[in-house]
Design a protein around this ligand. Structure first.
Ligand code: AMP
Length: 213
């Protein structure tokens, strides 16, 4: 099953992707996580990506597309994948369509996690993440059992550098301009499913179960 997660930054794509990864045993591929990993490891790609990420801008298509196409060719994607944060522009979507067509494959579901902007702003301002295992929390909605500490691995939680108010506003502007048009793109391909992202994590899980089972 080949799945794309669409939706604004902070809509919960990462949380829902992790749920589907566990359930269907297919890899969750997050381009944002790949870039953050490269930044942590001081790679050339990481240094290039960081200049865009810090401002809330998109990393140029040419730095993203080949990275994803190469990743999808790996053996663990043979039974499917969950793409989280890719594609984010129409050229990226076209490149993905072409790469999948070349492999006689395609997208089965584009899940659009739909949330209004005010909801996103609140969600991202309260978001805390674990630098150790990548688990995600929210100060109010999904607090860790012990304040500031990851439930899963015990590391100290941090706020992502790009979860500050100015960068959040810019990421939302970029989302509306460049990524939102993909909703129509995948509706045209007849694979779009809209999911209300405001109904709480467990309710979204239940909606996803119903859609995909
Ligand atoms: P995310 O964790 O998905 O919110 O991504 C964090 C940041 O990484 C984004 O704000 C972009 O700067 C960059 N990024 C992630 N995925 C892409 C992509 N498909 N195209 C361009 N930039 C991306």
């Amino acid at each position: 099953m080949n799945i794309i997660m669409l939706g604004a930054p902070g809509a919960g794509k990462g949380t829902f992707s992790a749920y589907l990864e566990e359930k269907y045993q297919i890899p969750h591929i997050s381009t944002g996580d790949i870039f953050r990993e490269n930044i942590k490891n001081n790679t050339e790609l990481g240094a290039k990506a960081k200049t865009y990420m810090d401002k809330g801008e998109l990393v140029p298509d040419e730095l993203v597309v080949s990275l994803v196409v190469d990743r999808l060719a790996k053996d663990d994607c043979a039974k499917g994948f969950i793409l989280d944060g890719f594609p984010r522009t129409l050229p990226q979507a076209d490149a993905l369509t072409k790469a999948l067509e070349d492999a006689e494959s395609g997208i089965d579901y584009a899940l659009n996690i739909d949330c209004p902007d005010e909801f996103i702003i609140n969600r991202m301002a309260g978001r805390r993440v674990c630098p150790g295992c990548g688990a995600s929390y929210h100060l109010v909605n999904v607090p860790p059992k012990k304040e500031g500490v990851c439930d899963v691995c015990g590391a100290e939680l941090i706020q992502r550098e790009d979860d500050n108010p100015e960068t959040i506003a810019n990421r939302l502007r970029v989302y509306h301009e460049q990524t939102q048009p993909l909703i129509d793109y995948y509706a045209d391909q007849k694979v779009l499913e809209n999911v209300d992202g405001t109904i709480g994590r467990d309710n979204v899980f239940a909606v996803l179960d119903k859609l995909l089972d």
